[in-house]
Design a protein around this ligand. Sequence first.
Ligand SMILES: [Ca+2]
Length: 374
Amino acid sequence: MTKRIEWRRAGILLMMSVIALSACRDEPGRGDGRRIDRPSLGSKSAAVRVVSAAEGTLLYGDTIRFYVEPVNDEDSLISVKVSMAESRRLLAEDAGGHIAIPSEQTGGGKVRLRVDADLGEGARALRYKEFTIKAAEAPREWSFEVLRRFPHDKTSFTQGLLVHDGYLYEGTGNKGESRIRKMEVETGKVLMEHEMDSDMFGEGITIFGDKLYQVTYKSAIGFIYDVEDFSKVGEWTYATYTGEGWGLTHNDTALILSDGSAWLYFIDPHTFAELGRIQAFDHRGPVDRLNELEYRDGTIYANVYTSTHIVAIDAGSGLVRHLYSARGMVDRSEITAGMDVLNGIAFHPLSGHMLITGKYWKIIYEVRPRMKDS
Ligand SMILES: [Ca+2]
């Protein structure tokens, strides 16, 4: 048997099973393959192909271009809609199937597009197309100059750190060790504390209005507390790419959540609807393992989990503009046996400098960025 005949036979078998399946669905028990007078299905197997000149990698700022055409000659294209696969946000629509989308509209990283084609007479086809979009330039690199050191409770498995109205707030993780605290910034003196149930693994925190929001590691449950007394006033849920909650911060209108991937989610603090999402990316592609967060002036600062890096991400596009290395920031004498990874970014209420600590670290460092090799 030649290859050609094998293919044809496979095609016929596939067609027959598709027909049998659709017949079965409509008329149980009569899947004999003969009842195929269904004009609404269009041609034998409605399908389109996506043809792109740029199969490899695009640079942020480029335009994503491709065209969509029916696989079967007898099909005609009525229209094509292209949307972001994850959010279904519509990006482009064209009757001729010629698509051009500026990458500013998709953001960078691994961009997955959903292509919905209308082939007329009720026939539709769905394809997905992936592009990797990298930054044209590497982020600017910085190290940290330590200005001051403040005490940090080395029993705190830090997951969330922020300054609000002059006080330091911290959320910690690990089951049995998860809590939220209000403290004096420079002494670490604990002014208020709430311990979570021992089966809960606390993650990032943020304060929006008069509420403190907290996420949890794998439970997909968030908690809401009154910032005045830490009394629990509500719960919320979130659906992320990894199913996990990691870091939390906010801008003027939305909570901003990380989940250990390169995605950052913008969430309405009242309805908890997702308002949008961005993917962090640099000149190499997506920047994942984003952990503790801090937002300031259009920039999201994020720890990259297990590294000594903090990235500064443009909150509109996801573009990583700056890369800060904390390597060498911790003095040899400050290293303790139980010390875990760097995690925790806040800003000092008076100086405006960055405050950085880590899980089970004994010090919070007030730092100023210094250009590398200067
Ligand atoms: Ca923070």
